[in-house]
Design a protein around this ligand. Sequence first.
Ligand code: PLP
Length: 317
Amino acid sequence: MQQHPQQIFRTAGPSPLHSIEVPGGKDITLLLKREDLLYHPSAPEFCGNKWRKLKYNLYEAADLGHETLLTFGGAFSNHIAAVAAAGRLLGFRTIGLIRGEADAANNPTLAKAQDYGMELHFLTRTMYREKNDPAFRQKLTHQFGEVFILPEGGSNELALKGCEELADEIVLQSGTKLPDVVCCAAGTGGTMAGLIRGFGGKTHLMGFPALKGSFMTAAVQDFLPQADPGNWSINNDYHFGGYAKHSPQLIEFIRKFHQQHQILLDPVYTGKMLFGVFNLIEKGHFAAGSTVLAIHSGGTQGNSGMNLRMGEKLLPE
Ligand SMILES: *Cc1c(COP(=O)(O)O)cnc(C)c1O
């Protein structure tokens, strides 16, 4: 390892808070917490909530003397991209176990991960499902030696600790008046769980799952011991059919948002969440005079891969 990760994190942030004009002249203040701007220039895929979630994991790996990070993800995963970039930045060897076929290795996300030096191995869907089994973990140690294992999406206790700091930062930046509602995208629910803990009930957190189904409440609760105070809800209305699914309406929203604000959104997480926030504002869901803060959690590294899959460069990159 070249340097302790502390040296990178110590001087970073806070990420800026931007005010966004609300359509339709509604009496709502909309703020965007620009976590997408939280990255190191030589490793821009290591950003957003992955920056927060990896922080204490990287400290731990360094403190325990690990030289290798091993993790799991899909072929377009922001987490895989972030771990590869972080590994290069900090001098860890990185190994990515990817769900699916080796022909995905040419997609922009995995090509970049390999540029950063990540070693890729492809797992069948059946094998991938076994990734948390003790026997499988033992096999990994056998094959790769001593490795620091990060779970899929990077969600663990140390990731929650990093996301608690995001809540602290929002509280500090808000001064005497906290936002009435804080909105964020959700995949595994780890970011939400950390934010819930960090806010300690001081404001309402609304999560927007990128996946179809009603499991997110249970997923978030699983991360939190009973004692954690909660003031939060899940909005399941804006998943657009499921993970990595989208619609022309969503793509159009992302294009317009980019034109208007010069801010990139991604179609998997932040685009859906902000589409939802705008739609709820339009429908009068938030009380007049409310301040709504939306967290831009990053993730735009995936846009070029999505454009390739769509066969047309519809998304800004
Ligand atoms: C990974 C990711 C999420 C989901 O975070 P979880 O902690 O898994 O819920 C949200 N937004 C972006 C941009 C991401 O990359």
